[in-house]
Design a protein around this ligand. Sequence first.
Ligand code: NAD
Ligand code: TYD
Length: 360
Amino acid sequence: MILITGGAGFIGGNFVHHWFERCARLSLPEEPVVVFDKLTYAGNPHTIGEHLQAGRATLVQADIADREAVRQALATHRPRAILHFAAESHVDRSIHGPGEFIHTNMVGTFSLLEEARAYWNSLEGADKEGFRFLHVSTDEVYGSLSDTDPAFSETTPYAPNSPYSASKAGSDHLVRAYHHTYGFPTLTTNCSNNYGPYHFPEKLIPLMILNALDGKPLPVYGDGLNIRDWLYVRDHCEAICQVLEKGRLGETYNVGGINEIKNIDVVTTICRKLDALRPRADGQPYESLITYVKDRPGHDRRYAIDPTKIQSEIGWKPAETFESGINKTVQWFLDHTDWIDTVRSGAYRDWLDQNYAERA
Ligand code: NAD
Ligand code: TYD
């Protein structure tokens, strides 16, 4: 089995769905997963509820910085790989309170690495040879690009600008050092901005969809001309599966959507989709809700990924265009008000107490 930290979050949760669908599609044995997740505000067991209920996935609610809990989970479940998604992930929150970001992204990753290394050292033969630690990171570690700079490659120097990206850069360096010093079998992926189902509505795309549906202002930071390279979350999940299978130990792979888009264009695209799918009662276009607001301090101007390495070495490329991915995303949010309610009301915590306390 594989152990997934942060598997109740946005990308980790999508990964759990992708994993089982992929096993079925490729006629692979259904390999179970253990989700190791603290269930912070961003973690929601509803996201993976069907797999928990079917017994394919097991939830361990704990902090990656709790070494005893990590040790126990590894000893009990004996995974062949650890996929490390758990993180504090929102730049704006890192500006208001960096402490949690240092705790989880740096201290937590360090604790996980220490316990994973001890576990790996206890393995023998093919189990030890085949073990993998895949660290999921971000393109934000490379800093900000001007409009004319080339896209980030794996050799771009690190220049993180926010407490979030600095804490992720620190975790990347630890992972690199554990491979270099101890020969620990690591793989690292640095991806661009993800979007898709189960996206927590504090991030740009889900926030805009839900605010629009509520008739609330659509807050665009600064001049709205910042650029992100949007990656559909399932494309990212498939990239992780392929890096896990084929990646060279100690290497990093950049994963990008080949979709550089200005924020204002993302927001107007969402507005137009909603105009077509769910027109407003007053007949006004959703774009009339767009409101420019004060910029984020230190706001990175542009991110873009050069995916040449993962394309040529691993053979992965994104399947979705922004047009196809945003259509799926908007439709998913229109169809899943039940999930949105669990996120908004916090009822998922009650659901957890009712259904999982006794199984912990
Ligand atoms: P998320 O915030 O939606 O989910 C994070 C998950 O980690 C949650 O389930 C949360 O409960 C869990 N978690 C947080 N602190 C924990 C701790 N101390 N111990 C155990 N679990 C903890 O994040 P996401 O968007 O799914 O991101 C997943 C990974 O991908 C992160 O490492 C992030 O840095 C990286 N990433 C995300 C994006 C993006 O666009 N979302 C882009 C690039 C990289
Ligand atoms: P976000 O989803 O927070 O991801 P990141 O900061 O990690 O790239 O933001 C994406 C872009 O959207 C970023 O340039 C900030 C901008 N943004 C807004 O303009 N308004 C908002 O309300 C939010 C949340 C983000």
